[in-house]
Design a binder for this molecule. Sequence first.
Ligand code: X8Z
Ligand code: ZN
Length: 577
Amino acid sequence: MAGSVASGVSTFLDRAERQLLELSIEAQRADWVYSTFLTADTEALSARSYSRLIAATVESAKESLPFSGRTVAPDEGRKLRLLRLMLPLIAPSDPGESEELTRLVTSMQGRYAKGRHTMRGATEPLDLQALSHILQESRDPARLADAWTGWHAVGRPIRAEFERYVELANRGARQLGFEDTGAMWRSKYDMEPDRFALEVDRLWEEVRPLYTSLYTYVRRRLGEVYGPAVVDPDGPIPAHLLGNMWAQSWEGLFPILAPDGSDEGADLTKVLVARKTSPIDMVRTAERFFVSLGLEPLPETFWERSMFLRPRDREVVCHASAWDIDFESDLRIKMCIEVTDEDFRTVHHELGHNYYQRAYAGQPFLFRDSAHDGFHEAVGDTIALSVTPEYLSQVGLADAAPSGASDLGFLLHRALEKIAFLPFGLVVDRWRWEVFSGRVPPSEYNRSWWELRRRYQGIVPPAPRDDTEFDPGAKYHVPANVPYMRYFLAHLLQFQFHRALVRAAGASGPLHRASIYGSREAGQRLRRMMEMGQSHEWPDALEAITGERRMGAGGLLEYFAPLQRWLDEQNRRSPGG
Ligand code: X8Z
Ligand code: ZN
């Protein structure tokens, strides 16, 4: 009888949500302590509480089976579907295997966080941040290759653990009816998993010409710096020359690529350092941006409990993240902030997560997440797009609003960050999808990684890699089991959001110059979307903020249109590489 099914399902969901909330809070607390203090004990405690959360999730998902196919209220139907998609990791039901799997993930993450490399001729081991500085600043190919190869050695010991993790995680996902863990990850987008893969291809095709224009320009200019023996004018670009450990963002190259006449005042790092800005000042400034949109200041506990700096006396996970420990108001970020332009933007990125989390705290537990994970990654970046030269001068972080003459420099800088990222954003999970499906066996892990990197990004390693290397393990999200396609989506969505919010704010002029700073109208739109959490399918949330129901590259292409024209002109003038 419909009535008893309906009341049965709501009782079931109430209980499941209560229990999962409680276990999630426990798991987050344990993970926070682990990530900010890596020891054998915190690792064991974190793994154990995560394993308990997974077990309860699997149990609830199984108990929910009798309700599927019955007529239930739409909200309840959605919750039943979300239940088995809540976690990015599902373990086999055997408790021993479950704890083995969560131990593997915490251990891989710890190995990554503790990675160090001593440069040739030096004595001090360097961490990822220090090695990243070398990649960004040095123009000596041998030194660059040393830093690159040294860091990538972190992958090797992760490899065996990763292999076993794939096996166990797949066994877990299959228990819940998914083909494998990759299929489970692709099922989170309110469409069939296979359709999602096609959707991603469609989006990539929209932006590929712009990537090609940028790539062609960068390769020629790098050729001028390093010569044809290092940069083949018609071949792939060696990854260690691109200014970033993963060649995922090329902004480190800006100083050698800057077009003539571009304005030095655009160098925010210099301004921040010259003004003796502290890491916490950077966070306060970012908070003020959100407040200018009509959102509340962060709670006092945020300032008390966040980790803003790398501690001297213990190992931590430095990769930036935002937390919502109690799914309500215990918001925090964990970051090893450096006073740079890049970290200033990352701070906005992280606060975007926190503001989203707080906005959906009023939803039932199973809806306390973003419309899809790309939305979560896009919010803070959307705000950072409004950190324009005009905005910076308005808040006293730049001397004067620059003239239009520096626009190309500004846009090139942004493109080196955002456009260079796109194929990388795609490759990480194209690779993992193949690995989880078994189409790429362990013996081909590294080879297939480089095939994809070459095909999409057009890059190669500094020297041939042998089969014992595990280069995907040298990228945080792989050992940490964080799905990555979200960042590809976010890189398009943020421009879609930006365009819509700029219009709501009534700003005029080109998109790359517009800022929503101080706009209550833009703030209201953003808030309306964020408050929905995951309660509706994502096209509804997209519509709430943009009026559109499809993801697309229109905003991004409009933003970069002047640069694309300029790049194509440069590439026409100096063809052949
Ligand atoms: O991991 C992050 C954030 C935390 S969610 C700092 N990002 C990706 C990365 O660093 O690889 C932001 C951009 C892409
Ligand atoms: Zn993020």
